[in-house]
Write a protein that binds this ligand. Structure first.
Ligand SMILES: Nc1ncnc2c1ncn2[C@@H]1O[C@H](COP(=O)(O)OP(=O)(O)OP(=O)(O)O)[C@@H](O)[C@H]1O
Length: 280
């Protein structure tokens, strides 16, 4: 199956705001393995795109390219329509692309406020007596956490005391506060508890409401359907489908994860019921 003749590719032409991030025919090779093969995708502001696919389908590699960690062997990464060549993830962060790598984005032994402010602590006093303004740091942290549904969390507690969904939300709150325009969340294991999913989902929806282009890698199609506006399906390093929330219900999305036959059958079904849906 080539990238051009898959269901959904190149995708319906949907008028909307220009994408924050776009991949154009991106190929990434690891030795003889093509982790991604001619993948094109656009990530619009105020939109949550969930990237779905089986193990080894290329999801993490896609996030790695978007985050500036991996440079494509072929194809382009566009930021606001212009070619982006990041030398490092730090470059990408400076350009407004925040990445949340699961729990790794939070240092467990440090307090919640230190994690939040890391490297950008509010200060008080003049040099050489300048010091971290603890009260301001705590207040800022509490205020920004409340915006992602974490009101009442003690900024002084160690981050290790937070649940996984809360840790992810802390990292997202930081990305929001420090002016990111795109948020990438690599979440191979979706929050296991309903509370965790609700917490993380709230933070992602806050990012969406703030106009960020949000990209979430998840192995859980039900969770994806709950929070996602668009779904990018990968199989064997290629785009296997592009769907919007209106195109599929949660059950169909779950079945789609089962394989190509399901995808083809569902695409036929959508084309039958929505004749104007120009997916192929
Ligand atoms: N550093 C690497 N060296 C060699 N092969 C790699 C490397 N990273 C990824 N691959 C291969 O590239 C393909 C895509 O991997 P990737 O991790 O992007 O998939 P994934 O969908 O995120 O999988 P998972 O859900 O298991 O994390 C796989 O076949 C994988 O084995």
């Amino acid at each position: 199956m080539s990238a051009d003749d898959v269901p959904g590719g190149p995708g319906p032409v949907v008028p909307g705001p220009p994408p924050v991030l776009a991949l154009g025919q991106v190929t990434v090779r690891h030795g003889s393995v093509a982790a991604l093969s001619r993948v094109s995708a656009e990530f619009a502001p105020g939109t949550i795109t969930c990237v779905l696919g089986e193990n080894g389908s290329g999801k993490s590699t896609l996030v790695s390219v978007l985050s500036g960690l991996t440079r494509p062997d072929e194809g382009s990464l566009l930021l606001d329509g212009r070619p982006a060549r990041f030398r490092s993830a730090r470059d990408a962060r400076a350009a407004g692309i925040a990445t949340v790598w699961n729990d790794l984005s939070v240092a467990p032994l440090m307090s919640v406020w230190r994690n939040f402010c890391l490297g950008a602590e509010p200060t008080a006093g003049m040099w050489p007596l300048r010091r971290v303004d603890l009260a301001a740091a705590r207040e800022l942290t509490a205020r920004e956490l409340a915006k992602v549904g974490m009101a009442g969390v003690d900024p002084d507690q160690p981050a290790s005391g937070l649940r996984p969904g809360e840790r992810q939300s802390l990292a997202i709150a930081r990305a929001l506060h420090f002016g990111s325009r795109a948020l990438l969340v690599d979440e191979p294991i979706a929050p296991r508890s309903v509370a965790g999913a609700t917490q993380a989902g709230q933070a992602l929806l806050a990012a969406r409401a703030r106009g960020l282009a949000v990209v979430v890698v998840t192995a859980n199609p039900r969770y994806a359907h709950l929070i996602g506006d668009r779904f990018l399906l990968l199989a064997g390093g290629q785009v296997a489908g592009r769907l919007t929330r209106e195109d599929v219900d949660a059950d169909s999305l779950t079945r789609l994860m089962a394989g190509d036959d399901e995808l083809t059958a569902l695409t036929d079904e959508i084309e039958r019921t929505h004749p104007d849906w120009n997916a192929r």
